[in-house]
Design a protein around this ligand. Structure first.
Ligand code: ZN
Length: 1158
């Protein structure tokens, strides 16, 4: 039949429908005829794309016109047949019709009719089948279909059909497809259960008849949706479903033969349902009553070696872990056994921590914003409140002093600029909104929830909680969020942190006079004449007690006993031999103040453990062995080993019982002694160590528990302990059972590090990676909603009766830092380099916080000899570097060591850098935390990198004074800070990378007038081994409000302010790809950092046009693009003013433009 015939019939329908789209009686006959003809044609020949495209709208109109004559079932049926014929075609052909159907909300129309015909026994059933068929095809295009089905009350009808046609190979799948669409919505799923929909589905899902495998699979999926929330699961678990699923899984286990592959799939799907069910208490109860542990464990053990059962095994393990009753950690009290008494008036901080340890850690989650809250008004630019550094109208009149005339002359009265807005009550709302729009992912999540809420507001019958029981789900979301180490571990902690009243901070002085009084002393390098400098240089860094000994050590020993080390990057620096290192280390150790008494010096720290000289590849994950580990754990729960479970190390019992007065190390002698006991020995009473308890489980297996940060019950991540008395023919398994982070790089190829005293004695004093079958997983320990994770690893020690040190990462203690400073201050080239060590302040527990200054000596005579322009010290700009604010991030210290080694070397680059800049370095911002083996906090229980906005000078002196130092530079110095960088370690990412500030993404709204030059510096790292530009992130989120890079950017207008992150694990890009990180790679990135700084010297002052191409690299979305357009003008202004600046010194052009824009 020719195509135009079809067209003519459609034309006839069009005509019959008439102008008002309501057919007359005659017209109806015409339509009936035409539709029948079309149906005949379509059954003979498939409809084609072209004609459907042409007539789709007409078909829909025709259908909708039926609402006037809804009793004409026959015509309606014919129209539905027509539509179904089209929908049966391939996707391309049916697309125009589907579009038209959805656009005109035909779903509502059909559901309405479904409701009308549901009770009709005659034609009604045919019609309702047709409607179901159509809905099954177009349903997933209509997001609101589940809601509509509920509103039109057609769910009962659908379930009724399912009961009749369960095993009908043609109709069954249609009904199930539609139910699948419905059940994805949790509220509709609940409604399905209310109309008794679960039973027929279960019957189908649990059939053993292989002929129905396809139907079974679909039914299982629907059942899975019907148990998606805890509430739904609890309801389902009132039936015998758990028992039945277990029986089927166990029975199908026996079935072999060709259908085996299919049966695996079905079993997996059933286990997914079971996993949903056991998330409810009722489900777990049934599981236990049905002897589920035994059944699942048996099934799992049977297929352990079979690769096609991996998903099955994973699911089995998950289910079993879920059903294990939560156990408390084998500790009397989870709170830190090491307490430090805070200064008077601050004891409440520890009381709060104690209270939190007792209460549910997740209760603070409630303080999180709800989606409704983030719907608040969009902030206008007036509403946007930015904290200003300076008090308003504070006119500076600095009294010149003779020695600092140049500094005074250029003193910039920054504080007079701009009036400051006060924080307004709506501010928090505005911030919230900003935050949600800054975070694309979160935003999306919020909007979908909002849809859901809107949708439900019409006829919200009952609200189903969508949350996973164990908060595992929300944790996952936190993990997915692009979050960085600074904000770690997990948002949970931030809420708890923020819910505890923070001690009030004092603002850093804004008066240059005041600042000068406090901080002038740290800027001796700017003091002329030279002879004062020379005088200073002769100072050694140690106090009078140790000075004589050190003088003896170093006098006349240089340089013959010092080793000149040449590393991969072929530059030379000085290193003490290990015995000299030990002597210096022991001297410094006597003045290191800890919160509890140490009993020894750790061998690798005292004798200068080195980087392993060969590459260490990342571990390939061995899924199978990990699974058998998990099953082994479950087995241990099912039938506990009878022999052991004995505590072999208990820090709580031995702490403060030591009578040791002089710290020493006798590891070498101990290595020779015969063992006296039949188990491993542990020790953890030395600097940076933090093992709390060791429990022997079997002859070869030990459970270990870490100490929390001092005065808290949290932050378990860093570990460092000594183990001895081992046999070399045994494989030991260690389980550290109280980690808190949801995931770890230990699952991504990372191994712990080990140092063997035996090897060191044989000339191999190396820290190296060790551990087989390394795995990190959620365990059965916890309390209320607290969840713990286990790190497990196997070690085969190379030597009998060795003494080994095992750590999370290469340790770098505070005493080691002091020792390195001694080394530096005694080995640098005094004729060229200015190196000065000072005490910035005392920490809470009375340790010195060192401040190092490095620049070149200014010597007018040299200038002409070298034909090299040396800038006078007063004209050099500053670079401020800091590290180790988080004590567990020892990688940061190794980078810092690399930087200082390099800056003090006689490399050409280092020379130029010293000539150009004055380096102010605070190598350890949290000495107390480092000394006491903390992971994240200081003794005052707070994350110091959240205190920068308003640091309390008593509790957080190192932050207070580092900030004061920068304040001094920004207000009293002619040369402001060119670059600030704080070094960190990142536990969830690989490679080296930066976090920086993007003024357009400030959490208080775009910061108008601030340059986007910030991305330049990381870009210059392109090509540096181990560096990954793609990992860099430029945001200014509210959660980071108090962190260093944002505060110095905000308050002191330092555009180049960064957090540099180093992986603990290794690299997945560049020439190091596939390798674990080593001490040498950390030090190398320090050298590279300096070399890139040199590139900055050249690039520093180029204009926005140069930077523009780089920016594209970071631009992620349209919103961003828009913001970019608005800020472009500012950049242009900046560039023009920069180029108009005629100053010969480029650094002054930077400051002048800076000034222009304020
Ligand atoms: Zn950090």
């Amino acid at each position: 039949m020719p195509l135009n015939k079809i067209d003519s019939w459609f034309a006839r329908i069009n005509q019959a429908l008439g102008r008002d789209r309501i057919p007359t009686a005659d017209g109806k006959e015409d339509i009936r005829y035409a539709v029948r003809k079309i149906n005949q044609y379509f059954s003979a020949e498939k409809p084609n794309h072209e004609s459907i495209g042409k007539h789709a709208n007409l078909i829909v109109e025709l259908l909708l016109s039926m609402h006037r004559c809804s009793d004409d079932f026959e015509l309606l049926s014919q129209i539905l047949v027509l539509i179904r014929d089209v929908l049966d075609c391939d996707k391309k052909t049916r697309r125009p019709l589907v579009k038209a159907l959805i656009k005109n909300d035909v779903c509502s129309f059909l559901l309405h009719h479904l409701r009308a015909v549901a009770d009709d026994r005659g034609l009604g059933q045919d019609l309702s089948l047709q409607i179901h068929q159509i809905l099954a095809v177009i349903g997933h295009h209509d997001k609101r279909l589940p809601l509509k089905a509920r509103l039109f009350k057609t769910l009962g009808c659908t379930i009724g059909l399912l009961r009749i046609y369960s095993y009908n190979a043609k109709i069954g799948p249609v009904i199930l497809t539609l139910l699948k669409i419905y059940a994805k919505n949790a509220i509709t799923a609940s409604a399905i259960c209310r109309v008794q929909g679960l039973q027929p589905l279960l019957r189908l899902a649990l059939t053993l008849d292989r002929r129905h495998a396809k139907l079974q699979k679909a039914a299982i999926t629907v059942v899975r949706y019907l148990t998606q929330t805890k509430k739904l699961a609890a309801r389902a678990a009132t039936t015998t479903i758990v028992r039945d699923i277990l029986a089927i899984v166990f029975l199908m286990d026996k079935s072999q033969g060709p259908s085996r592959g299919r049966s695996i799939k079905i079993k997996e799907n059933l286990l997914k349902v079971l996993l949903n069910l056991v998330k409810s208490k009722a489900g777990r109860l049934q599981f236990l009553e049905a002897n589920g542990f035994y059944l699942l464990h048996e099934s799992a053990m049977n297929v352990l070696q079979n690769d096609s059962f991996t998903t099955f095994l994973d699911l089995s393990c998950h289910i079993m872990l879920h059903c294990c009753p939560k156990q408390q950690l084998p500790l009397e009290n989870v709170f830190s056994p090491v307490r430090y008494v805070l200064p008077q008036g601050y004891d409440y901080i520890v009381s709060n921590e104690l209270f939190m340890a007792d209460s549910d850690p997740n209760m603070y989650k409630d303080t999180n914003e709800t989606p409704e809250q983030s719907k608040s008004v969009i902030p206008t630019s007036e509403q946007r409140v930015r904290p200003k550094s300076s008090t308003a109208s504070n006119v500076v009149t600095r009294v010149p002093s003779a020695s600092k005339s140049s500094a005074v002359a250029a003193c910039r009265p920054k504080s007079t600029k701009g009036a400051r807005a006060e924080k307004k009550p709506h501010d928090s709302q505005a911030v919230r909104k900003k935050k949600s729009s800054l975070n694309g992912l979160k935003d999306r999540q919020v909007s979908t929830i909002d849809d859901e809420v809107d949708e439900e507001s019409n006829s919200l019958v009952e609200d189903e909680e969508l949350d996973d029981e164990d908060s595992g789900k929300s944790d996952d979301e936190e993990e997915d969020e692009e979050d960085d180490e600074e904000d770690d571990p997990s948002n949970r902690e931030n809420f708890t942190n923020s819910s505890v009243p923070l001690p009030n901070g004092e603002p850093i002085a804004r008066d240059p006079m005041e600042l000068a009084a406090s901080y002038d002393q740290f800027f001796d390098e700017t003091v002329d004449p030279i002879h004062v400098l020379r005088l200073k240089m002769t100072q050694t860094i140690v106090d009078s007690r140790t000075e004589s000994l050190l003088t003896r050590l170093f006098s006349n020993t240089l340089p013959s006993t010092l080793m000149r080390i040449s590393d991969r990057s072929s530059f030379c620096y000085w290193r003490m031999p290990s015995d000299l290192h030990f002597q210096a280390y022991s001297i410094h150790a006597t003045s290191t103040k800890s919160a509890y008494r140490f009993t020894k010096l750790a061998y690798p720290d005292a004798f200068n453990g080195l980087s392993y000289p060969r590459c260490e590849p990342m571990q390939k994950s061995d899924e199978r062995s990990i699974r058998s580990i998990l099953l082994g754990d479950i087995h241990r729960i099912l039938s506990p080993p009878s022999i052991f479970y004995r505590t072999v190390y208990d820090f709580d019992a031995v702490v403060n019982r030591s009578s040791v007065t002089t710290l020493d190390n006798d590891d070498e002698q101990r290595c020779q002694m015969r063992p006296t006991v039949d188990h491993l020995l542990f020790d953890s009473q030395f600097e940076s160590s933090n093992l709390r308890k060791a429990i022997q489980i079997t002859e070869e297996e030990y459970d270990l528990i870490l100490r929390p940060d001092v005065n808290t019950s949290r932050h378990h991540q860093w570990f460092y302990f000594e183990v001895s008395n081992m046999r070399n023919n045994m494989t030991y398994r260690f389980n550290i059972i109280n980690f808190e982070k949801i995931n770890s790089q230990f699952n991504a190829g990372m191994q712990p590090v080990i140092f063997s005293v035996h090897n060191a004695r044989n000339g191999k004093p190396y820290w190296r990676r060790i551990g087989e079958k390394v795995s990190y997983y959620k365990n059965i320990y916890g309390r209320k909603k607290k969840i713990y994770y286990t790190l497990t690893f196997n070690i085969r020690f190379p030597h009998d009766n060795d003494i080994c040190y095992i750590a999370y990462h290469y340790p770098y203690t505070y005493t080691k830092l002091l020792t390195d400073i001694t080394n530096w201050s005694n080995t640098y080239d005094r004729s060229n380099i200015y190196f000065h060590q000072q005490v910035l302040c005392k920490t809470l527990s009375g340790n010195d916080c060192p401040l190092l200054t490095i620049t070149s000596l200014y010597n007018e005579d040299d200038m002409y000899q070298d034909e090299k322009q040396t800038i006078p010290i007063q004209e050099r700009s500053y670079i401020v570097l800091s590290a180790r604010v988080h004590p567990g991030e020892s990688n940061a210290s190794w980078i810092m060591k690399g930087i200082i080694d390099y800056l003090l070397s006689d490399e050409q680059t280092a020379r130029i850098l010293r000539d150009r800049y004055v380096f102010k370095i605070v190598p350890m911002l949290n000495p107390d935390g480092v000394i006491n083996g903390c992971s994240r906090c200081s003794l005052a229980t707070k994350d110091l990198n959240r205190q920068w906005s308003s640091p309390n000078s008593t509790l957080f002196p190192t932050i207070y004074h580092t900030k004061g130092l920068i304040a001094y530079l920004s207000m009293c110095s002619s040369r402001p800070v060119t670059l600030f960088c704080d070094f960190h370690g990142h536990s969830r990412q690989k490679n080296f990378f930066f976090y920086g500030n993007d003024p357009r993404l400030h959490y208080l709204g775009p910061a108008v007038g601030r340059s986007a030059v910030t991305k330049l510096f990381p870009k210059l790292f392109t090509g540096v081994p181990g560096f990954a530009l793609q990992n860099c992130l430029f945001t200014m989120r509210k959660q980071k409000e108090g962190c260093a890079r944002i505060v110095v950017w905000d308050e002191f207008k330092i555009d180049l302010a960064y957090t540099m992150e180093a992986t603990y694990c290794g690299f997945d890009t560049g020439i190091y790809k596939g390798l674990q990180i080593q001490i040498s790679s950390l030090q190398s990135i320090g050298h590279d950092f300096c070399q890139v700084l040199l590139k900055l010297v050249d690039q520093e002052f180029k204009t926005a046009e140069v930077i523009a191409p780089f920016e594209e690299l970071f631009i992620g979305n349209d919103e961003y693009q828009q913001e970019k357009r608005t800020t472009n003008n500012d950049e242009k202004r900046r560039s023009s003013s920069a180029s108009s600046s005629s100053s010969s010194s480029s650094s002054s052009s930077l400051s002048s433009t800076d000034g222009d824009l304020q």
